[in-house]
Design a protein around this ligand. Structure first.
Ligand SMILES: Oc1ccccc1-c1ccno1
Length: 228
């Protein structure tokens, strides 16, 4: 998988050199490149934004630098890459959407700042490639970088070979539509709190049944809408 990120804060993504995704990059499973949008400006101040047509507060990101940056990544014609634009106006990011992103060969993330990116950028690239506006949740961030980091982590870990033991992906929250069961490790007693005895029984059938019931109870209590 190839991932390109366009942002005014490329150094923000240095953290991807650590942990799981760092190993995936070293082994070539995932190739991540962060591009500085300001490298695609031509004025002394490397300007990326301007005042909004129609008035209003804040600034809007200019289309020209975006056009040059995205063309430098996907060329000047049609592209099979998927352009992902984090936005409060996007479709909700879910584990299913993470799976869909994980299946892509080439993801391009456009990190907007200020009041957003001139709409013509999305409109233009939608004629050349698939474009998806994706929201991390119903709240407002200062820019798309945090959302992109979450999406890369959620999708990247689903790329075959990135997580050492694929089994560990099976019983996580939202796999199979349920929240995950509670987990315990040694010691068997801690601050007067005991590990549920079934987990010490060695009875794998009883353990599996208990874990399933815990998933259902937790999902009913915390996210009943997932059971609809
Ligand atoms: O609030 C934002 C600002 C810029 C880019 C993305 C977002 C956002 C908010 C929720 N999901 O994405």
């Amino acid at each position: 998988m190839r991932i390109d990120i366009v942002t005014i804060f490329p150094e923000f993504f240095r953290v991807l050199d650590l942990s799981l995704l760092g190993k995936a990059r070293q082994t070539g499973l995932i190739e991540v490149t962060a591009h500085d949008l300001r490298d695609f400006t031509h004025d002394r101040h490397r300007t990326v934004d301007d005042t909004p047509y129609g008035g209003g507060a804040g600034m809007v990101m200019k289309p020209e630098p975006w056009g040059e940056a995205l063309d430098a990544i996907v060329g000047d014609g049609a592209s099979d890459a998927l352009l992902v634009v984090p936005s409060p106006a996007g479709e909700p990011f879910t584990q299913q959407l993470a799976r869909e992103l994980a299946a892509e060969e080439h993801l391009v993330f456009a990190c907007g700042r200020y009041e957003g990116i001139d709409q013509r950028v999305v409109d233009h690239y939608a004629t050349r490639m698939r474009v998806r506006l994706i929201s991390l949740g119903d709240y407002v961030l200062n820019g798309g970088e945090v959302a992109v980091m979450a999406m890369i982590e959620a999708a990247g870990r689903l790329v075959p070979g990135v997580v050492g033991n694929p089994e560990s992906l099976v019983e996580e929250s939202h796999e199979g539509g349920l929240l995950e069961y509670p987990s315990y490790t040694k010691p068997a007693a801690w601050r007067e709190l005991e590990v549920p005895p079934v987990l010490l029984s060695g009875n794998h059938g009883a353990i599996a049944a208990w874990r399933r019931e815990q998933q259902l109870e937790r999902t009913r209590r915390v996210r009943p809408e997932l059971l609809d």
